[in-house]
Design a protein around this ligand. Structure first.
Ligand SMILES: Nc1ncnc2c1ncn2[C@@H]1O[C@H](COP(=O)(O)OP(=O)(O)OP(=O)(O)O)[C@@H](O)[C@H]1O
Length: 587
């Protein structure tokens, strides 16, 4: 599906199912025709068997099929009508199966393309994203589209055909009466077009209220631990309750107003129906219309009720679909990561690579630079540290190096290839950033280590050993199969950091960036960890960001950041030799 939701794009998508649509409509039309012809039997039976008027039907049956008395003919026709209804029901079940699978396929594709878009959304968009708002669009709004698609394909053509068929029969029975009925019908449709516009707006407001409620609840549940720690449950749940109350308001508004609008439209139709009935009785009194045919007209008027209502409702469904599309498009409008045509992949080679940063200037907002004119060289296989006061831009620099944000000013060369010629995802695949607060999935320890990739048990054991986790796993009741709880709540901060390190070992990247990744470990465990990591990191380019001297004392080169600028650099010995270096102040 195209990355935009419009009624036109949905209809275009529908055309992909031409064959199924044609088959479904043939089945649907057959199912309807079978029931629509039933009212024709009534006038014939009434006129021929009760009023003695001849329509040549009974005489035809007695001549070609079988001879019987009144009772026999009535029972025979009854059996035939029941058979028609049974057949029609079977066909309409088949029709539903065909149409439901088309509409579900279309909405599945829409969800698929929304998920694809979300997967490629830039980190900047993601940072401001409200999860509840996104899920409500993916669930509620796409469901609204589903309603539109299924109504359109299953009802529109069939309803139109029934109306045409019934009109032809009415014209055949009594053309003056039929013209009167057919010409007054559009008034109902016009009346409903007006009403449906407002209903579309109400639906949009209702879906928006669902979104706000879902966002608020999501956030409250996500941060429940923090909320409880701050003893703020009452405040946050009250907020969700308020959103639920607003949702109630909007749903009530939409629920009863849309129903009232449909009922009003139906009332106008029924009023017309009563008028037509009265006029039909007059037609029997003042023209040659027979009582049997008058009953047939009544039946056909009744046959027309449901398709007319479907066509009326279609306008409401169309209005709500347009509203849902507008909301879905908000997701499609989210900026994606830039697409770069990649010609060379410096990471494809076996060797370890260097990183060269030239004139890097960056701000999360255009008017506020966090990093200014950074130049640094990180040699292939070297061990470099970045230090600086809190807020000086170290994490921002790490995020840029690992390809989280596209660059506007300056360039970074990875193994001699500019970032402008590389997809951000390629950079991320090869450079591993270990965060200070790694996120864990509410799944098993094993899943949190492998993230769904398959590794040999030997590789996993080795990674656990390097990350100083073997004792931790041994103490867990189900070992690697132990569930770690929401965001790894069952593990300590230091254990979570070590899980992230084990993940990195398993993924075996070319470059590793530690961003305060061992800050929660005691100095003794940290030392043991780096000792175990020593051989593994030997062939990799390593960048370490830390506030603690113990973490970076073995670095070959140290860069010092101050308020977004590179203020100093050198070996630990060189920096220590200076009286006023930031590095000296760490001791
Ligand atoms: N995603 C973001 N959007 C907007 N501003 C941000 C974002 N991340 C960080 N900043 C801002 O950028 C500045 C530098 O933050 P950064 O996290 O890079 O510093 P740091 O040196 O790593 O600090 P610390 O040592 O405390 O981790 C801060 O002023 C922060 O408010």
């Amino acid at each position: 599906m195209k990355e935009q939701c419009t009624v036109r794009s949905i209809l275009k998508e529908l055309l992909q199912y031409r064959k199924e649509l044609i088959l479904g409509n043939i089945v649907a039309i057959s199912a309807t025709l079978l029931v629509v012809i039933i009212p024709l039997f009534i006038p014939i039976i009434v006129d021929e068997l009760l009023l003695g008027k001849d329509h040549h039907f009974i005489s035809w049956i007695s001549e070609h099929i079988w001879q019987s008395d009144t009772k026999g003919y009535v029972l025979g026709v009854l059996a035939f009508i029941l058979f028609l209804r049974l057949l029609s029901t079977a066909l309409s079940i088949l029709q539903t199966k065909i149409f439901v699978s088309i509409s579900k396929n279309i909405t599945y594709k829409m969800r698929q393309s929304l998920l694809w878009h979300l997967r490629h959304v830039s980190l900047k968009e993601y940072e401001m994203m409200r999860v509840g708002a996104v899920t409500s669009k993916l669930v509620t709004d796409v469901e609204t589209i589903d309603g539109f698609v299924s109504t359109t394909i299953s009802k529109l053509i069939v309803s139109a055909l029934i109306l045409v068929f019934s009109s032809v029969v009415l014209l055949w029975i009594h053309w003056q009466l039929a013209l009167f009925i057919l010409l007054t019908n559009p008034i109902v449709v016009l009346f409903t077009v007006k009403l449906s516009r407002n209903i579309g707006k109400l639906k949009k407001e209702e879906n928006k209220a669902v979104e706000l409620f879902q966002s608020s609840l999501n956030e409250t549940l996500e941060l429940f631990h923090q909320i409880r720690a701050a003893n703020k449950e009452a405040y946050f749940f009250k907020q969700s309750e308020e959103k639920a109350a607003e949702l109630k308001e909007h749903s009530t508004n939409y629920g009863y107003k849309s129903d009232a609008a449909m009922k009003l439209s139906y009332l106008v139709f029924l009023a017309g129906y009563e008028v037509f009935r009265a006029v039909s009785i007059l037609a029997v009194a003042y023209s040659d219309l027979s009582v049997g045919l008058m009953l047939a007209i009544f039946s056909y008027l009744w046959v027309m009720v449901s398709p007319t209502q479907d066509i009326i409702n279609f306008q409401y469904v169309l209005a709500t679909a347009k509203a849902a599309c507008k909301r879905i498009n908000m997701l499609f409008e989210m900026e994606k990561e830039p697409l770069v045509k990649e010609e060379v992949n410096p990471f494809a080679a076996e060797e370890v690579i260097d990183i060269d940063v030239r004139g890097l200037t960056f701000g999360y907002r255009e008017d506020n630079y966090i990093l200014e004119n950074i130049n640094m060289h990180i040699g292939a296989g070297s061990k470099v540290a970045i230090v600086g006061a809190s807020g000086s831009g170290k994490t921002t620099l790490a995020n840029i190096l690992v390809g989280f944000y596209p660059l506007k000013e300056g360039e970074i060369f990875y193994g001699g290839v500019s970032n402008r010629r590389l997809q951000l995802s390629t950079i991320r695949e090869n450079i591993y950033l270990i965060l200070q607060h790694p996120k864990l999935f509410n799944d098993t320890m094993l899943f949190n280590l492998t993230l769904g990739n398959s590794y040999t048990m030997e590789a996993i054991q080795k990674a656990l050993h390097i990350a100083q986790l073997d004792d931790v796993i041994a103490r867990l009741d189900k070992g690697l199969e132990t569930l770690v709880g929401k965001d790894g709540i069952k593990l300590s901060g230091g254990q979570r950091q070590r899980v992230a390190i084990a993940r990195m070992v398993l993924s075996d990247p070319k470059v590793v960036i530690f961003d305060e990744s061992t800050s929660a470990l005691d100095v003794h465990t940290e030392a043991k960890l780096f000792e175990a990591l020593h051989d593994f990191l030997q062939t990799k380019t390593v960048i370490t960001i830390a506030h603690r001297l113990s973490t970076i004392k073995s670095a070959e080169l140290i860069y010092v950041l101050g308020e977004g600028r590179l203020v100093d650099s050198g070996t630990p010995q060189e920096l220590l030799a200076k009286d006023e270096s930031y590095f000296s102040s760490m001791i």
